[in-house]
Design a protein around this ligand. Structure first.
Ligand SMILES: NC(=O)c1ccc[n+]([C@@H]2O[C@H](COP(=O)([O-])OP(=O)(O)OC[C@H]3O[C@@H](n4cnc5c(N)ncnc54)[C@H](O)[C@@H]3O)[C@@H](O)[C@H]2O)c1
Length: 272
């Protein structure tokens, strides 16, 4: 198996994935703008790089079979902070993948569709309804994958991650939670699947309260093993007092900086 490049290696999920994938015998190239804070896993190297530096990213990807792209701005921030790492940086990743003949596994997010209502059950081909500039950058990333597959045959697996934490910590996460174990198995399946084309996966555990339905997981042979339901009693029935946050799948990202003066119409396609 060729080496695998992991961006965002020093972040929360990078630090989960690096040791877990190394334990499976993978040769990992880790990179991040920040130093890797843990002892290096076996057969792993770390090189510091900024996603804004296309040359450095291309060099890092040389000879790799896959790029796990987990780096960049991972929360709601002003446009100017998001643009370089998440838009230009994403382009650098795809150009590097094209040159290396590598597959991209992209850490996308539910915030690319966060303005869908919680009462909907979405399939992976639903319309993008980003709830923030961050979410918009994830929609851009998925569409970049669409372009590079259609035009250049670069395979890519887009993981619409819900909430990936050790355990769910609020009522919304009973719908969106992804366990660390399910994440690791999903990433491994995304790399080792024989053919993926361009595909989109709802990256959440087997949560009965999920907002999400069909996707392309059959191509990967992946199914989640964990469930947020085991934590229901612990999380409790607490709902948030903000009606916008409660109404939309993106929660607090949808309500942040929300400036419509009256409630949005229930019919999403109404111009009222
Ligand atoms: N954790 C979740 O629940 C969740 C949910 C949805 C999507 N995601 C996505 O998964 C990925 C990882 O999430 P996380 O929780 O580990 O985020 P994180 O913020 O902990 O990690 C992101 C890493 O990217 C690095 N980075 C930022 N700008 C960079 C740049 N210009 N060049 C190089 N590296 C840079 C940071 O130093 C950081 O280590 C992110 O893309 C995030 O959007 C995570």
């Amino acid at each position: 198996m060729k080496p695998v490049l992991l961006t965002g290696a020093s972040g929360n999920l990078g630090r989960v994935l690096a040791p877990a994938l190394a334990a499976q015998g993978w040769a990992l190239r880790l990179t991040d703008i920040a130093a890797f804070p843990d002892p290096l896993p076996p057969a792993a190297s770390f090189i510091r790089a900024d996603l804004a530096d296309g040359g450095a990213i291309a060099q890092l990807a040389e000879g790799c079979g896959a790029i796990l792209h987990f780096g960049g701005v991972s929360v709601d921030r002003p446009y100017a902070e998001v643009a370089s790492p998440n838009l230009d940086g994403l382009h650098h990743i795809y150009e590097a993948a094209r040159r290396a003949g590598a597959r991209v596994v992209f850490a996308s997010s539910n915030h690319g569709i966060g303005f869908h209502e919680r009462t909907e059950t979405l399939d992976a081909d639903c319309a993008f309804r980003p709830d923030s500039y961050y979410g918009l950058s994830k929609a851009f990333g998925e569409l970049m994958g669409r372009l590079y597959w259609d035009k250049h045959g670069v395979e890519n697996v887009n993981l619409r991650i819900g909430s990936c934490l050790p355990r769910p910590v609020n009522a919304r996460m009973l719908s969106t939670w992804l366990s660390h174990g399910d994440l690791t198995r999903l990433v491994a399946a995304a790399v080792t699947a024989p053919r993926t084309g361009h595909c989109v996966i709802w990256a959440c555990s087997a949560n009965p309260a999920s907002f999400w339905g069909r996707d392309h997981r059959d191509r990967l042979g992946w199914a989640p093993l964990d469930t947020a339901e085991s934590f229901r009693a612990e999380v409790g029935p607490v709902v948030c007092a903000d009606p916008v946050e409660e109404r939309y799948q993106g929660g607090g990202y949808a309500s942040a900086d929300y400036s419509r003066t009256r409630p949005a119409p229930r019919d999403a396609f109404s111009l009222d």
